[in-house]
Design a protein around this ligand. Structure first.
Ligand code: KDG
Ligand code: MG
Length: 405
């Protein structure tokens, strides 16, 4: 299975995606996702200029050796751009191996640990009432776990809201520079607890509730929020605070029993080793695309299992359907799988470019039995949707101080 060609395609069917295609001498190909939201051309160029030439002539079956070559073999290791590039290569090679073996990738990992993958959906709105109306729709579609985000009165625009975007693309701005959003911890804390109080009053205690703070709080503020939300029994509180200093979570943990989740921006086990080993978190949210592909995710998953930490992979719309497929295979295998974030497989435009073999019913993803990852990429359709520069927003406190977005 000698690699004879490597293509990097960046397209924008509604939002930007970076896709890698590895082709072997007999024409078998595999695909991988390398999208880093707002920094797409950095990883496109990294793959094109620095990785692709090193792949030609290698045996596509040597997934582990190629992973090590691109990680350990590179002096400038780790970081989101490098690890997204490694991830795309890794996914594409697992796709090829599955196709050659005549098996879906989850079978190569060890087979199914469950029948289907439980997901959580997103409900958001401008008011608590409208957010809970969206939640009602999702519950009637069969979702059993819902993430709730609502506008903060007095703050224009906030993380997790749909705004006027019908396709859930609020995380990508088409303006020429990053939009700026105001943040006030006081206004947020005064509003958010009511959202969960109302949700429990309206929907009872069976449904799982989640919330993403998106790293806006300091550890002690996060601890306070955790205590305030304890009566509403969340499945987890996500990104309550930044953990570049992993000991931040020790502070939060000392004060509250609310389950904690983090990890969507992490690239290797080293970013979360202390968090996991000290059992300061309950869910690790690393994504296949940003943490070295299926191989990287499997390493983190196995390490987390030892410390009772479950997986909850990132599932935002800036991860392409190829990442979703890769994660679905890991989710259905992982003994310590927790829950998969899910905002739909795609939109009418992205469906012209990506096709997939899995389906969702009653809030569960059913992984198909197509060989490999069970996802495909239409290059001709992608050419109809050229790359468009776009940025995530930035946050500022009301006095203008730059804050975590
Ligand atoms: O690119 C950034 C998004 O993926 C992120 O803001 C989404 O926090 C997110 C989530 O939990 O889905
Ligand atoms: Mg998040």
């Amino acid at each position: 299975m000698i690699i004879s060609d490597v293509k990097v395609i960046t397209c924008c069917p509604g939002r930007n995606f970076v896709t890698l295609k590895i082709i072997t001498e007999d024409g078998t190909y595999g695909i991988g996702d390398a999208t880093v939201n707002g920094r797409e051309l950095a990883v496109d160029s990294y793959l094109r200029e620095h990785v692709a030439p090193c792949l030609i002539g290698r045996n596509a079956h040597d997934i582990e050796d190629i992973w090590q070559y691109l990680y350990r073999g590179v002096y400038w290791r780790r970081g989101p751009i490098t690890m997204a590039a490694v991830a795309a290569v890794d996914m594409a090679l697992w796709d090829i191996k599955g196709k050659v073996a005549g098996l879906p990738v989850y079978q190569l990992l060890g087979g199914k640990s469950r029948q289907a993958v439980t997901t959580y959906a997103h409900a958001s709105g401008d008011t608590i009432d409208s957010t809970l109306d969206v939640m009602g729709d999702l519950v009637s579609q069969g979702f059993k776990a819902i993430r709730l985000q609502t506008s903060v009165p007095g703050l224009e625009g906030s993380y997790g809201l749909l705004g006027d975007k019908k396709d859930y693309f609020e995380l990508q701005s088409s303006r020429s520079l990053p939009p700026e959003q105001p943040w006030s911890t006081t206004k947020y804390l005064n509003n958010v607890v009511g959202l969960f109080r109302e949700a429990r009053a309206r929907f009872g205690d069976e449904i799982e509730l989640l919330h993403d703070v998106h790293s806006r709080l300091t550890p002690i503020e996060a601890a306070r929020l955790g205590k305030m939300l304890e009566p509403y029994n969340l499945l987890f509180l996500e990104d309550a605070a930044i953990a570049e200093n992993q000991e931040n979570y020790k502070v939060i943990r000392q004060h509250t029993t609310i389950p904690l989740a983090i990890g969507e921006t992490y690239n290797t086990i080293w970013d979360c080793k202390d968090l996991i080993q000290n059992q300061w978190i309950d869910y690790i949210r690393t994504a296949a695309t940003h943490a070295g592909g299926i191989t990287g995710l499997r390493r983190i998953t196995d390490f987390a299992a030892i410390y009772n930490v479950r997986t909850a992979p990132h599932g935002a719309p800036d991860l392409s359907p190829i990442c979703f497929a890769a994660q679905a295979h890991v989710d259905i295998w992982a003994p310590n799988f927790g829950i998969q974030e899910f905002v739909g497989f795609g939109t009418s435009d992205s469906d012209k470019v990506f096709s997939y073999d899995h389906s969702v019913k009653d809030g569960m993803i059913h992984v198909g039995d197509a060989h490999g990852l069970g996802v495909d990429f239409n290059e001709a359709a992608a050419a109809e949707f050229p790359y468009k520069r776009s940025y995530l927003p930035v946050s500022r406190l009301e006095d203008g101080t730059l804050w975590h977005w």
